[in-house]
Write a protein that binds this ligand. Structure first.
Ligand code: SF4
Length: 189
């Protein structure tokens, strides 16, 4: 039987996370399945696409929306893994991100971690996955999120002093909102 492509590989949702963002509090969505298999990865159990639960992206979105605005305060959203942009995950991740942005506008920041580099993602060939075109998903996600942390974890470059990163090859790519508009700048720190 063909699996419904709207089912997401969800390792877990952390509702009040102060570690995986650089300001305030965030809700963290951990996606299962990773093709990179970095040496000494901190979450090797998340390489398995079946780790955790299969949840419909609608339910994932509902749970995230509720958690982001719980108790009358807004939280940011962080999406980690595993590999959120793995071909098995990217279409559902894009739908969830779009929904969150539509609900909260620019009032919250969306962070996403990937083991791919942004250069690889932009060059990756077009093909269909999860009912969507891979490169269209990449383009939509990059337009919608605020912060991309890219690159594989490289154990020889491990540095515990780095903000949001495990190794120094990884980069924090920021899109800064210009107040009141959708115009954004990209900068690498
Ligand atoms: S990309 Fe992340 S989850 Fe995947 S193997 Fe590397 S460190 Fe682990």
């Amino acid at each position: 039987m063909v699996e419904d492509h709207r089912l997401m590989n969800v390792a877990g949702i952390l509702e009040n996370d102060i570690v995986d963002c650089d300001e305030g509090m965030c809700v963290s969505l951990w996606v299962s399945g990773c093709c990179h298999k970095c040496f000494n990865c901190h979450n090797p159990e998340l390489w398995n696409y079946d780790y955790g639960k299969k949840l419909y992206r609608k339910e994932v979105g509902d749970r995230l929306i509720e958690a982001i605005r719980a108790n009358g305060m807004l939280r940011n959203l962080s999406i980690l893994g595993g590999e959120p942009l793995d071909p098995a995950n990217i279409a559902n991740v894009m739908h969830v991100i779009n929904r969150i942005r539509n609900v909260f506008g620019n009032k919250i920041k969306i962070y996403l971690w990937t083991g791919y580099t942004i250069e690889y993602l932009k060059k990756e060939a077009s093909y269909m996955t999860g009912g969507e075109n891979f490169s269209n998903c990449v383009a939509k996600i990059l337009r919608t999120i605020d912060v991309l942390i890219d690159g594989p974890y490289i154990d020889e470059l491990r540095d515990t002093s780095l903000k949001l990163r495990g190794s120094s090859n990884q980069r924090v790519l920021l899109k800064k909102h210009q107040y009141g508009t959708r115009k954004r700048q990209m900068k690498i720190d």
